[in-house]
Design a protein around this ligand. Structure first.
Ligand code: DX5
Ligand code: ZN
Length: 211
């Protein structure tokens, strides 16, 4: 399992963002528009100024309604993945094709209450499924048990010989990570960033995976 660092709660602190980049495998960029979510994040142009020293591959999580507009903006940073929410669009195929036309891997995200079957028709076209284990909007929330959905996605992948990776996002700590051992990528924010020693927190997470 790889770890994608979420810097939502330390957005203003360039030094901490750089430190998080050093101890994680990916960097997770949360982008909220204040429509799909209650509150917006900083404009992406400002987020990007503070992430100058980020060297990890970028995993961009769009929690926005006007998806294409944001794709046009975030694509300039050469991300590995751009992920959009199934709940935010009536035409997922169009968005998938749009992201692919930019030569970026495509992810689709599911809110905690959204069922896996809603994205089944698209699973052969995408590279990543992000399963939300909190409601989109803020870091530091409590983990919602979505383990059945992860099992379902793993089985579906195997049965249909597909390649998408499975990512979980929200409320991951050294206890909850044990419930999602099967995912390929885990987003972790406040469990790391609420402490002084980021490397120690990541070591604790990795140790939990082997318990
Ligand atoms: C929630 C965001 C998450 C969040 C994760 O809307 O998508 O990426 O920042 O942070 P923690 O690990 O604190 O739940
Ligand atoms: Zn996220």
């Amino acid at each position: 399992m790889k770890i994608s660092g979420s810097f939502l709660t330390i957005q203003d602190d360039e030094n901490k963002i750089t430190k998080l980049n050093e101890v994680t495998d990916y960097m997770h960029f949360d982008v909220m528009d204040g429509h799909f979510t209650a509150r917006p994040t900083l404009p992406f142009s400002e987020i990007i100024q503070k992430t100058d020293k980020v060297t990890n591959p970028k995993d961009i999580h769009l929690m926005v309604i006007d998806i294409k507009k944001y794709v046009d903006e975030v694509v300039k940073t050469s991300p590995e993945y751009i992920t959009f929410h199934i709940e935010a669009t009536e035409n997922p195929e169009e968005i998938i094709d749009y992201i692919k036309s930019k030569n970026v891997k495509v992810g689709m995200a599911l809110n905690p209450e959204t069922e896996v079957k809603t994205i089944c028709p698209y699973l052969n076209k995408i590279d990543l499924v992000l399963v939300m284990s909190v409601h989109p909007g803020a870091g530091g929330q409590k983990f919602i048990d979505i383990t059945d959905k992860i099992k379902e996605l793993k089985n579906y992948r195997l049965q249909n010989n597909l390649k998408y990776i499975i990512e979980v996002d929200g409320g991951i700590n050294d206890e909850t990570i044990k419930k999602v051992k099967d995912v390929d990528l885990a987003v972790v924010g406040s469990y790391i960033t609420n402490h002084e020693d980021f490397a120690k927190q990541v070591a604790k997470l990795r140790r939990s995976l082997h318990e």
